[in-house]
Design a binder for this molecule. Structure first.
Ligand SMILES: [Cu+2]
Length: 230
């Protein structure tokens, strides 16, 4: 049985990029702010309706410049803060390859209506389509360079488990580093309506231990170590 070639050592000057962790961290800012705004506005409307419902609508113009200015300042600060956090998170994912030296590269190609997962180092190509139903197989806790593109129309490569979604564009390759921090079997799909059989563009992701991944790679993609243990 041919052995998988040895992996390159990861040279990471900063902590492993964990996509799920990064986007969950980002969500922890957006969610409370969003909920807070909804609650605050609902309260203001309800209170205003109850307190002022018997009063006549005042016909004089009332201006409160200081109050209005403070809204603007607060909103600008919030928008700036959120933009900063969002771009910081995106930067960590998109530019990680400059620091991470991923051990594995996978070419992901969307095509009507399936996904192709090509592993250049192992000369393996899996097809997620109706004929193949082959999975995306990755090792756990390793940065992986994904080169995402499309053969025809715009698709969108989406793996909810790691909170990742990115458009797959024709004539363009997008490179991102993704890290799967939990072993197991997860689902993925196309998140961009791309035609009649768009709903068929689903796929399975098997996140394996390092040794199980090596076994799979050394078998040319024929072994199925997730059936026994992941
Ligand atoms: Cu699609």
């Amino acid at each position: 049985m041919p052995r998988a070639p040895p992996r390159e050592k990861r040279l990471s000057p900063f902590a492993l990029v964990n996509n799920r962790g990064i986007y969950s961290w980002l969500f922890s800012f957006y969610a409370p702010i969003g909920i807070g705004v909804v609650v605050l506005y609902t309260l203001i409307i309800v209170v205003a309706v109850l307190v002022y419902r018997r009063r006549k609508v005042p016909n004089r113009v009332h201006e409160a410049h200081r109050l209005e200015l403070s809204y603007v300042v607060v909103l600008i600060c919030m928008a700036t803060g959120l933009l900063y956090l969002t771009y910081t998170a995106e930067h960590k994912v998109d530019d990680a390859q400059a620091y991470e030296r991923p051990a594995l590269s996978i070419d992901v190609t969307g095509a009507r209506w399936e996904w192709l997962f090509h592993y250049p180092r192992y000369r393996i190509t899996n097809e997620s389509g109706a004929v193949g139903r082959q999975p995306l197989v990755v090792p756990v806790n390793e940065p992986i360079a994904f080169h995402i593109s499309s053969d025809d129309v715009i698709h969108s490569f989406w793996i909810p488990e790691i909170r990742f979604k990115r458009d797959a564009m024709p004539h363009h390759t997008e490179t991102v580093d993704l890290t799967f921090s939990r072993r197991g079997t997860f689902s993925g799909s196309c998140a961009e309506f791309c035609g009649l059989l768009h709903a068929d563009m689903v796929f399975t992701v098997h996140v394996l231990s390092d040794s199980a991944f090596r076994t799979w790679a050394a078998s040319g993609g024929k072994a199925a170590p997730w059936r026994t243990a992941s």
